[in-house]
Design a binder for this molecule. Structure first.
Ligand code: GLU
Length: 384
């Protein structure tokens, strides 16, 4: 499938010390056949156009696999958000939003948070777009603060979807959550929420890793205490000095569920050969390399692919966009119940295709998604 459109924009801003820096920003619209573009905006020092292109393609697959009425898109700016104060981040976000001009919008392309961005980033994008068009347009982004047309449950939605997928996979493989050992890589919006839900359901988080530390504790790490430490210090390091281990140890800790919820390319072939787990649930986008994926499947380890496992975020983004259009907001119970229904339904249909054709869940998700995209494309026809 050919890529629809990509934009590279210069994002110049004045820093607080009076100097000027230029950042490179991207927005890639992979397909728009099934609806407006949809996908997050990433702030990270390793962002490249190639990475954003891959992430936009995964959004096409994810949105179609879940049957959300969207194409696929992704944005990014190559910068380290930790090196900027709030005022500078606001200027960067506003300039980037203005540079994208009319290519984004509630019926065109709808950004959302991703690595390095959050509700505040979305509030600035919504305000900038609204100022430029001359009227409040809440539906231009999702993942906004609840006070500005955001949705209840959106903050936890990706982690909740990861947990729901783990439950479904566990049910099929005869691996109960209660009493299970879980290893979670990444303690941001996805990893921390998934870890909390696992813990609440009676699992033990025996390994936890972020950019600063790897923690291993067979008795289970307290997620509430870890979250409090991270809220105060910004990282896991220093939380349990006695439980700190080397980076590679993380992959060796025996578990029933392994949840890579950090960045792409983490589960490498050499790690896939060593992991001792039953089910990998991909919280991040693209955490398993193709060669590692083959090794896991040869070893009989079930992989719940990113395009299914982490789709809870964009599913509640869809709910947010629908609520914004009608200016009528649902309760958190309604949102969580609808999220569960969509996630379980998608898991069911993708796993039936996988069983019928004796293929992996990832290949099955791609087949289901590509059939939907191609059918939409065919029915729309070629213009002119
Ligand atoms: N950034 C999230 C993802 O990768 C959410 C995208 C969205 O809500 O549009 O799925």
């Amino acid at each position: 499938m050919r890529l629809k459109r990509m934009m590279i924009v210069d994002v110049p801003i004045i820093l607080d010390d009076g100097s000027i820096v230029h950042y490179e920003g991207y927005r890639v619209q992979n397909t728009l056949s099934r609806g407006p573009g949809k996908g997050g905006l990433r702030f990270h020092p390793s962002v490249t156009l190639n990475e954003v292109m891959a992430l936009a393609c995964w959004m096409t697959i994810k949105n179609a696999a879940l049957n959300l009425p969207y194409g696929g898109a992704k944005g990014g700016i190559r910068l380290d958000p930790h090196q900027h104060c709030k005022g500078e981040l606001q200027r960067i976000t506003r300039r980037y939003t203005s540079e994208l001009g009319g290519f984004i919008g509630p019926a065109r392309d709808i950004p959302a948070p991703d690595v390095g961005t959050n509700e505040q980033t979305m509030a600035w994008m919504m305000d900038t777009y609204s100022m430029n068009v001359g009227g409040t347009a809440t539906g231009v982004v999702t993942g906004k603060p609840v006070a500005l047309g955001g949705s209840l449950g959106r903050h936890d939605a990706t982690g909740r979807g990861v947990f729901i997928s783990a439950q479904e996979a566990g049910r099929r493989r005869g691996v109960p959550i209660k009493g299970a050992r879980v290893a979670v890589q990444g303690f941001g919006n996805v990893g921390s929420v998934a870890a909390r839900l696992f813990e609440q359901a009676g699992a033990r988080v025996v390994a936890l890793q972020d950019h600063s530390a790897t923690l291993v504790d067979e008795a289970g790490i307290s997620i509430a205490a870890a979250s409090e430490h991270v809220a105060n210090t910004g990282q896991l390091a220093g939380f349990l000095p006695g439980a700190e281990a080397s980076t590679e140890t993380f992959w060796l800790v025996p578990s029933e569920f392994l949840v890579p919820a950090a960045l792409e390319g983490q589960l490498l072939p050499e790690r896939a050969r060593l992991v001792e787990t039953k089910i990998v649930v991909e919280g991040a986008n693209g955490p398993t390399t193709p060669a590692a994926d083959d090794i896991l499947s040869e070893r009989g380890i079930l992989v719940v692919p990113d395009v299914l496992a982490n789709a809870g975020g964009v599913t509640v983004s869809y709910f947010e966009w629908v609520q914004d259009f009608s200016s009528f907001f649902w309760t958190e119970e309604e949102i969580n119940a609808r999220l569960e229904k969509i996630m379980v339904g998608a898991f069911d249909s993708i796993s039936s295709v996988a069983e019928e054709r004796r293929i992996s869940l990832r290949t099955a998700a791609f087949i289901v998604a590509c059939e939907r995209v191609l059918s939409a494309r065919e029915q729309r026809g070629l213009y002119p």
